[in-house]
Structures are given as structure tokens and as C-alpha cells.
Ligand binder design. Structure first.
Ligand code: HEC
Length: 148
């Protein structure tokens, strides 16, 4: 029995080392592109701060990676989330969207925040600062309503 546990641990260790070689995305574009939502509209500072803090890690070309993202398979799941999030909505590419798509996305942003679907709750458990209070939600929603 003791021997088995030892082998089990060894196999786990080898697996853990092995998954560290899974390639990682690096979603870190340091310049703000001309299609970025920040270059498209004048966004009040505190509103912008909230959007950056609560949404940009998954909906922009620049993720602020936490330390544990260096560890696999954590990064693998993070990368998938970011890829999926950016596919649905990318604030760094907002200016590239058609007028119709922009309108749809704005409507969708408002409803996702209203229904507490965004930011994703598994994210706000770790990133407490990304959680929006009712007052914050109103400020962000009012702003998105103003550009509709
Ligand atoms: C931890 C990553 C993460 C964060 C943070 C996050 N999102 Fe998302 N978002 C996703 C993922 C993944 C999807 C696609 C799957 C889904 O809908 O659950 C998505 C989908 C969406 C959609 C749906 C787009 C569509 O066309 O239907 C909207 C709108 C959205 N997010 C807005 C926001 C806003 C606004 C914030 C900030 C208040 C935010 N998200 C924060 C990951 C995130």
C-alpha cells in the first residue's frame, strides 16, 4: 500500500510537470489601438476605471495576469475564458464593429450587468475589486445607455 502511494505521487508529479509545457497565450498588447473603445468615446474617468477593472481582463487585448496564471492547468482555463470572452466582445476592437454590432453589444452589456451575469462570479470571488456595487452598476449602465 505504501509503495502504491509513492508511485501514485510520482505519477502525479510527472503529470504536473508535463502539463506545465502546455503553451500559454499572452494577451498583452501594451499600446491602445485606434479601434479601442477608449479612443471612440469620451468616457468619464470613474466609469472607465470600473469597466477596466471589471471587464478588461477578458474583453480586451490586455489581460492583467495574476501570479497563479503562470501555473498550468490554471492558465489553460484562463486562456479559454479570455478567448471566449474576447470573441463575444472585445473593447480593444470596438471601433471595428459595424454600427449594428455596436448597438447589439451595448444592449447586451447593459443586460449582462443588470442581470449580474457579468463580471462572471467565479472571477469576482478572486478579484473582489471587480465586483460592481448597485451604484457602480447604475453608473456603468447609464453611460452605456448614453451612447446607444
Ligand atoms: C473572467 C472573464 C470575464 C470577465 C471579467 C467579464 N466577462 Fe463578459 N464574458 C466572458 C465570457 C467567457 C463570455 C462568453 C460566455 C458567456 O456568455 O458566459 C462573456 C460574454 C459577455 C457578453 C455577451 C456578449 C454577447 O454578444 O452576447 C457580454 C455583453 C459581456 N460578457 C460583458 C461583460 C462586461 C460588461 C463585463 C464587465 C462588467 C464582463 N463581461 C466581464 C468572460 C468575462
Amino acid at each position: 500500500m505504501k509503495k502504491l502511494t509513492k508511485w501514485g505521487m510520482l505519477i502525479l508529479l510527472i503529470l504536473f510537470i508535463g502539463v506545465q509545457f502546455i503553451p500559454k497565450d499572452n494577451n498583452r498588447q501594451l499600446h491602445i489601438s485606434k479601434y479601442d473603445i477608449r479612443n471612440l468615446y469620451i468616457i468619464p474617468k470613474n466609469t472607465l476605471k470600473m469597466i477596466e477593472k471589471s471587464c478588461f481582463d477578458c474583453h480586451s487585448n490586455n489581460t492583467d495576469y495574476p501570479w497563479y496564471s503562470k501555473i498550468q492547468p490554471v492558465r489553460y482555463f484562463l486562456d479559454n475564458h479570455i478567448r471566449e470572452g474576447k470573441n463575444m466582445l472585445n473593447f480593444s476592437e470596438f471601433g471595428n464593429y459595424s454600427e449594428r454590432r455596436k448597438r447589439n453589444k451595448i444592449r447586451s452589456i447593459i443586460s449582462q450587468i443588470q442581470e449580474d451575469k457579468m463580471p462572471i462570479s467565479t472571477y469576482t470571488i478572486i478579484h473582489r475589486e471587480a465586483d460592481l456595487s448597485n451604484q457602480d452598476k447604475k453608473i456603468v449602465i447609464d453611460w452605456f445607455n448614453s451612447i446607444k
